[in-house]
Design a protein around this ligand. Structure first.
Ligand SMILES: [Zn+2]
Ligand SMILES: [Zn+2]
Length: 204
């Protein structure tokens, strides 16, 4: 058996619980994020100083990556530190103001080989990950961890990366119709009265 250091970057047990099932893409996202953090020399984010821009979209597989990325980095949806560009690509940019940005994409050759695993034959037949036999899932996960970083990831430094970040505000107003609070940025005025977007019949 060949020696292998990548297995040391397995997600903790609670990560599987949080994610809900075992699959190869959650730990792959975890591994991808850990690599970005090593390159940028940063730790798990406590507050709001680290951002991830995901190039994934909706309605395609492999979005399980996102949970692994959030778990590793602490750049979570709840902290508004992660966003999607909806480009439908398996790549992400990791941005830390001091250490700048790095983009990591999954290499097509690696994805092709991973896709040949029996795990994906089950998925294509519509079998949910939690219903797939453990040995089939574990085989795909173990294989993924056996592949060296150079084979899995394409890494680029982005020295000129600019992050468009909206200014945060704590101000909120009560909607004149439903009486619920709405944060300032989202208030719409009609006849000088404040409304939330659904009550304003605001058209996009
Ligand atoms: Zn998953
Ligand atoms: Zn309302």
């Amino acid at each position: 058996m060949k020696s292998n250091t990548n297995l040391g970057i397995m997600p903790p047990e609670w990560a599987w619980e949080f994610h809900g099932h075992r699959c190869p893409f959650m730990p792959l996202g975890y591994r991808m994020a850990k690599l970005a953090m090593k390159e940028l020399r940063i730790e798990h984010e406590k507050n709001h100083n680290f951002f991830v821009s995901l190039e994934l979209g909706i309605g395609h597989p492999q979005t399980c990556l996102i949970d692994g990325i959030q778990i590793a980095t602490g750049a979570t949806y709840g902290k508004s530190l992660i966003e999607k560009t909806f480009w439908g690509k398996l790549a992400a940019t990791f941005y830390s103001p001091k250490n700048r940005a790095i983009r990591i994409a999954l290499k097509p050759e690696f994805l092709d080989e991973l896709g040949n695993h029996e795990f994906f034959a089950y998925r294509k037949k519509g079998v949910e990950p939690s219903e797939i036999p453990d040995e089939v899932t574990n085989k795909a996960i173990t294989w993924m961890y056996e592949q060296p970083d150079e084979k899995v990831f394409k890494i680029e430094r982005l020295p000129d990366y600019k992050l468009a970040k909206p200014k945060s505000s704590f101000n909120k107003t009560k909607c004149a119709k439903c009486g619920e609070y709405v944060f300032e940025r989202y208030v719409r005025f009609k006849d000088n009265k404040p409304y939330c977007i659904p009550c304003s019949e605001y058209e996009k």
